[in-house]
Design a protein around this ligand. Structure first.
Ligand SMILES: Cc1ncc(COP(=O)(O)O)c(C=O)c1O
Length: 354
């Protein structure tokens, strides 16, 4: 299997990191979507308070965490009908292992997508097929990924697009999973959960969520899945055998994080403000911004090879990600993450102006 896995994409970016680091003002790294704003203090406190943790945590999650996820799913996401929940060690874990757990043979992934969807299919030795957004054109398969708002483009699916994907899943008796880890970061497009569109019939439908970005908890490894109770029972059963339990202090921190929205509203405002500051500065130097109306990123192009744009920015000390990391159709785009401090974003703008 090792031979089939692609080279880790970020390794190819290392030389451009060196160029950016050599800038007199130092590097402004907008290449990774790794949060830099502090984890809210009340979440840190819940984690610290649970640090005396001699016993094993249970895979299914504490009753308090399960209740908090269910409440959030109903109130925030509009979930209804029968559904179950399961905490995860980060959503990347599920993305990488779901096709293996479900023994999928054909996996549909978006044309431009977070690379781990493809990697997950490779690990399962499944065929991964890139598809356009319109699910009415999708081929038969046993698993399909949606990602809305999207990494890297920030595009939000329309209700009709999500409904077409649900109809595809029902017609093919296939599993449809929506990666919604940016759902809290609306901007000019309103994002919503797939769970609000099932009419309470969640058979074969899953949504995966993460607190990495929502609550700046990427270092905790805290995520969860919501949806079809039978599928979640299957996933839980395998994870019980495989030892993938979420640490108890992390479960406690997740419980309090989900019970508060005010820190999410503040974080959303921070990301949106950074994006709105950076957008005109990029446009002024010839970049065209596409989508980027939700989520964490700016997806842009100067109608040139992505590596040319990456190098141009690196010479100004700004590190961007080439769109080719996300699929061949991203080869003339770059992605910039709003995961830098406000001061760094202001600095990036003055470097672009200079
Ligand atoms: C679309 C998408 N899904 C999943 C993940 C994984 O997030 P985590 O494992 O931190 O929950 C990321 C991380 O950047 C992502 O962009």
């Amino acid at each position: 299997m090792r031979e089939q896995l692609p080279d880790f994409p970020w390794d190819a970016l290392l030389p451009f990191g060196e160029i950016a680091r050599a800038h007199v003002g130092g590097i402004i790294d907008l290449s990774q979507g790794t949060p830099v704003d502090p984890t809210p203090e009340f979440i840190q406190k819940a984690f610290r308070d649970a640090s005396n943790s001699p016993s094993y945590p249970v895979t299914a999650g504490t009753p308090e965490l399960r209740a908090a996820i269910k409440k959030w799913a109903i109130q925030r996401l509009g979930a209804s009908g029968d559904f179950d929940v399961l905490p995860l060690i980060g959503s990347k874990e599920l993305v990488a292992w779901l096709p293996t757990i479900l023994e999928s043979e054909k996996v549909l992934i978006p044309q431009i997508a977070y690379p781990t969807y493809h990697v997950g299919a490779l690990i399962a030795q499944a065929e991964s097929i890139r598809v356009d957004i319109d699910a009415r054109q999708w081929p038969e398969a046993d698993l399909a990924w949606l990602n809305s708002p999207s990494n890297p483009t920030g595009r939000v699916h329309s209700i009709d697009e999500v409904k077409a994907a649900i109809a595809w899943a029902r017609g093919n008796d296939a599993v449809l999973i929506c990666d919604e880890c940016y759902v809290e970061f609306d901007h000019t497009a309103t994002s919503f959960s797939i769970l609000s569109q099932t009419g309470g019939d969640n058979k074969n439908i899953l949504a995966v969520h993460s607190l990495s970005k929502r609550s700046s908890m990427a270092g905790y490894r805290a995520a969860f899945i919501i949806g079809d109770s039978m599928l979640i029972a299957r996933i839980r059963e395998l994870r019980k055998h495989a030892g993938m339990m979420v640490a108890l202090p992390v479960q406690k921190a997740m419980t309090v994080a989900l019970s508060d929205d005010s820190h999410v509203i503040q974080q959303r405002a921070r990301y949106n403000q950074r994006r709105e500051l950076l957008r005109p500065a990029l446009e002024a130097v010839g970049f065209r911004i596409e989508f980027s109306n939700s989520g964490l990123y700016l997806w842009c192009t100067r109608d040139e090879d992505a590596w040319t744009s990456v190098e141009w920015l690196a010479q100004r000390g700004i590190l961007a990600t080439p769109g080719s990391f996300y699929g061949a159709s991203g080869a003339r785009y770059i992605r910039l993450a709003m995961t830098a401090t406000d001061a760094q974003i202001i600095d990036a703008i003055s470097r672009l102006k200079a």
